[in-house]
Design a protein around this ligand. Structure first.
Ligand code: ITT
Length: 189
């Protein structure tokens, strides 16, 4: 079985990685390891910088996940500031920012970065389109899940189980693409 450690302070992310990757015979552990998180214009830049920092210190077999909620009518905000905005404004604050706005379209993006024991890197980004609801709904998931309704659904992510969210979510898609690339690299050294 392949073993990879996820660097995150977010238990919701860890649960989603474990749920998806255990089926592919990849064990995801947690770790106290950390990396330098820069403020950049894109989540990919944040991930690539972090991988460079880890690689420079000889750290391997770790995964990182930088993600964000991008709201069209707010010019993509909170985007790379999602973590800060969740901690400060929360779901309620975002709903307030959208009061009176007709266009509620948004997407979540997730960038996964991995540095293998060999030092090779994998970087993959996936997204899911949807809209911001008019109130918080549901108590599953984490973060902005209670206000995000994926395309072609009427329920928020927080009204879905992990088994329902992963097949359509930004993270679920990114994890599967990552696993595919990992397989092509023929196992973790
Ligand atoms: P780590 O950096 O320690 O992994 P974090 O929660 O700070 O944890 P990010 O920097 O990637 O994670 O920030 C992403 C924020 O976007 C996060 O705080 C959530 O509020 C939100 N987010 C990302 N993915 C989400 C998802 O699947 N459902 C709901 N909110 C999500």
């Amino acid at each position: 079985m392949t073993k990879l450690a996820l660097i995150t302070s977010n238990q919701g992310k860890l649960r989603e990685f474990r749920s998806e990757l255990s089926r592919l015979d990849i064990e995801v552990t947690s770790t106290d390891e950390s990396c330098e998180e820069i403020q950049a214009d894109t989540i990919e830049e944040v991930v690539r910088y972090c991988l460079k920092d880890l690689g420079g210190r000889g750290v391997g077999n770790v995964i990182i996940d930088d993600s964000g909620l991008f709201i069209d009518s707010l010019g993509g905000f909170p985007g790379v500031y999602s973590s800060y905005v969740f901690r400060t404004l929360g779901c309620k604050g975002v709903l307030k920012l959208l009061e009176g706005k007709e266009d509620r379209s948004a997407h979540f993006s997730c960038c996964i970065g991995c540095i293998l024991g060999s030092g090779e890197n994998i970087v993959v980004t996936e997204s899911v389109s949807g809209r911001i609801g008019t109130e918080e709904k549901g108590n599953q998931g984490f973060g902005f899940d209670p206000i995000f309704i994926p395309q072609e659904d009427q329920r928020t992510f927080a009204e879905m189980s992990i088994e329902e969210k992963n097949p359509i979510s930004h993270r679920g898609k990114a994890i599967r693409a990552f696993a595919e690339m990992l397989k092509r690299k023929r196992g973790v050294r």
